[in-house]
Design a protein around this ligand. Structure first.
Ligand SMILES: [Fe+2]
Ligand SMILES: [Fe+2]
Length: 258
């Protein structure tokens, strides 16, 4: 089966590209499932029910998130009612929403899980043990797709090795910068340290560069806004044997839309 994972969608311009292009990609690449990280979809920070519905309307089957998941105030109330929209599983249990879901694609059950790292991010629960618990709760599901949202490359690489042979794919998100290390690990887990983003190319990881620079140059907090201009589209296409759950390939698919 063929699963496309799309990196963090940033703001209105990122959403517009997803809405414009994704239906065609689903047809052209014969995709069975689309997973997308939506943590920056609402004005660069967070997600709303309305925007999640738009992204699903464009073809996203599952939406994962990350550290910005609760940036939009109304979303804490909205999230529990949204099917197949995840927050990282290792948030403390009372947090709204859930960290994994099982969906059907091409007649096959697919477990999607969302984890978040603890290095240079809030100190949440242990993502490694959270992954173990989710796998233990879903013993019959062979195809397992994991979004490991983390800043540190080491923590994402470690999760790839930890789940090698137990997940079909472990893909990193959060830095918005695509990495060149996509490969299938020896146990059959497709891995990439960071998928990248769908967002403005000429900013600082999607945000207006002058505003970000101002903060670096002065240390004075200011309000980040989404950059304008050409949009980068970063994704990975993973092919998986449905019978074994092992990945057979992972391929970066990166585009630029001017
Ligand atoms: Fe992000
Ligand atoms: Fe993030």
């Amino acid at each position: 089966m063929r699963i496309l994972f799309i990196g963090d969608v940033v703001g209105r311009s990122g959403r517009a590209i997803v809405q414009e292009r994704l239906p065609g990609l689903i047809a052209d690449w014969k995709l069975d499932l689309v997973v997308l990280n939506g943590e920056n979809a609402a004005g660069g920070f967070g997600l709303t029910a309305k925007i999640a519905a738009e992204l699903k309307g464009a073809g996203a089957d599952v939406i994962t998130t990350g550290n910005h998941v609760f940036a939009q105030k109304e979303f804490t109330g909205e999230l529990p009612g949204l099917a197949n929209v995840l927050r990282p599983a290792n948030y403390p249990p009372p947090a709204p929403g859930k960290g994994s879901c099982v969906v059907e694609a091409a007649g096959v059950q697919v477990l999607v899980m969302n984890l978040i790292g603890r290095i240079f991010l809030d100190a949440l629960d242990d993502p490694f043990r959270a992954a173990d618990a989710i796998l233990a709760d879903n013993p019959g599901v062979k195809v397992v797709f994991c979004d490991m949202h983390a800043e540190a490359t080491s923590e994402k690489t470690a999760m790839g090795w930890y789940l090698d042979g137990r997940a079909s794919a472990v893909v990193g998100t959060h830095t918005h910068v695509p990495t060149a290390d996509a490969r299938v690990l020896p146990g059959g887990t497709a891995y990439v340290t960071d998928v990248g983003m769908v967002g403005p190319r000429d900013g600082c990881i999607g945000m207006d560069k002058d505003v970000v620079l101002q903060r670096f140059l002065t240390g004075v907090p200011n309000r980040f806004v989404v950059a304008s201009g050409p949009v980068t589209f970063n994704s990975v296409l993973v092919t998986i044997s449905a019978s074994s759950g092992r990945a057979t390939s992972i391929q970066r698919i990166d585009r630029e839309h001017v």
